[in-house]
Design a protein around this ligand. Structure first.
Ligand code: PLP
Length: 421
């Protein structure tokens, strides 16, 4: 049985500045799974990363000892559960260096966080107002704005990319007019891996008085996020891509903006006084948290953040990018393989295709060899259209991946290519 009683092994490795991946892997029993009779290589971390036993045990511990609804009772269990949830909020605040816990709203995920902003902040926008998105956005950062466009008559403008899959920053700047109200863009692309120059983007937007939202779903698991330094108005991410539970997400919002914004959903928790003629709303952040939240998931998320902090984000990023670059090098040696996303500044994601083959066929053949990669449009259909392809095969790395995973991935791809060619 794995001893998860302490994080000592992580602290020790952090001080050596090199994570002990063999030790870390022991905390992820799922990595011992067999697929098609072969040891699994999990390379779909961009979609969801696996959770360490610290997170799993925390969920079990709460279910068996402390489960009770939050903010609702004077009884011990409810008070205890409320403090677990609120401690997690403080941990999230610290993780992204926000000024106050009032700026940390818990949601179901990055998608819900963006929908909240599109509905609440979006209610300030009028017909003819413009917003700026980029062609590399996930559908989560496109469709909520299209729904707003259809309701309110706003105009959506789209920033293009260059041939390396990098955001065209001059194009971004050229799209601003006196009608621009918001720019919403990803920090790291979930397909190309490109890390966008978000500081330059927020700073330009601020100089024009334009509000910014950064979709950090693919950045928060890998890069140190400092919302004050980024000077963004909103920043969103999902726990399940950060070694945490599914069903939990975060919306960071600048307090002065959140205060002005109307509630999005109504119900319990988000109110102060309710009468039939009139209702007043709770203070931040509860104004935006209607109904019972996933309080157990939220509490367990703090264990995932502890896990990340104890290894250290710079060490995580360095390890993942070493594997990613090794894998890219291996793929480039396979005839017929084309990689999409060649930015020198990228996250640990590789999108690729075999000339003349459908991504699903390649993905299926990799699965038969125990290698779990993603295939398809990755919820980025406009980007696929821009690239003129139906989809890609995508391999993505986490802290628990190792060089053997890369070697297995490359040899499985070689075998698949030999079959498909
Ligand atoms: N934004 C980006 C860049 C993503 O990659 C994803 C998920 O893959 C999302 C948003 C949506 O995240 P979720 O489904 O957790 O809400």
């Amino acid at each position: 049985m794995i001893d998860i009683s302490s994080y000592d092994y992580l602290r020790q490795s952090a001080s050596e500045r090199k994570p002990d991946v063999a030790e870390i892997r022991k905390h992820f029993p799922i990595l011992e799974r067999q697929i098609e009779g072969k040891p699994m290589v999990y390379l779909d971390n961009t979609a969801t990363s696996q959770a360490p036993m610290e997170v799993v045990r925390e969920i079990e511990r709460i279910y068996t000892h402390s489960r009770a609804n939050v903010h609702r009772g004077v009884h011990t269990l409810s008070q205890e559960m409320t403090s677990f949830q609120e401690e997690s909020r403080e941990r999230v605040r610290e993780f992204i260096n926000a000024d106050s816990i009032e700026e940390i709203v818990f949601t179901r995920g990055a998608t819900e966080s963006i929908n909240l902003v599109a509905n609440s902040f979006g209610s300030f926008l009028k017909e003819g107002d413009e917003i700026i998105l980029t062609v590399m956005e996930h559908h989560a950062n496109i469709v909520p704005w299209q729904l707003l466009r259809d309701r309110a008559g706003i105009v959506i403008k789209v920033v293009d990319i260059n041939s390396r899959g990098e955001l065209d920053i001059e194009n971004f700047k050229s799209l601003f007019t006196e009608k621009t109200r918001l720019a919403s863009f990803c920090h790291v692309s979930n397909v190309l891996g490109s890390i966008n120059p978000v500081k330059e983007m927020t700073s330009f937007a601020r100089s024009r008085g334009v509000v910014t939202l950064i979709d950090g779903a693919q950045a928060a698991p890998h890069l140190k996020i400092d919302v004050k330094d980024l000077d963004c108005d909103f920043y969103v991410f999902s726990a399940h891509k950060m070694y945490g539970p599914s069903g939990v997400g975060v919306l960071y919002g600048r307090k002065s903006l959140l205060e002005k914004m109307p509630p999005w959903q109504g119900g319990g928790e988000m109110i102060s006084i309710v009468t039939f003629p009139h209702t007043t709303f709770a203070d931040l952040p509860f104004k935006f948290e209607a109904g019972t939240p996933d309080y157990i998931g939220i509490a367990a998320f703090s264990k995932a953040l502890e896990f990340i902090n104890d290894i250290g984000l710079p060490e995580i990023e360095k390890h993942e990018m070493t594997l990613c670059r090794m894998a890219e090098e291996g793929l480039r040696k396979i005839p017929g393989i084309k990689i999409y996303g060649e930015s020198p500044e990228k996250g640990p994601v590789i999108s690729f295709l075999l000339e003349g083959a459908h991504p699903y066929d390649l993905g299926m053949l990799l699965d038969k060899q125990g290698v779990e990669v993603r295939t398809g449009h990755h919820c980025a259909m406009p980007l696929m259209e821009r690239l003129g392809i139906p989809g890609t095969v995508r391999a993505s790395f986490a802290i628990y991946n190792n060089e053997e995973d890369v070697a297995r991935f490359i040899s499985a791809t070689q075998r698949a290519v030999a079959i498909l060619s």
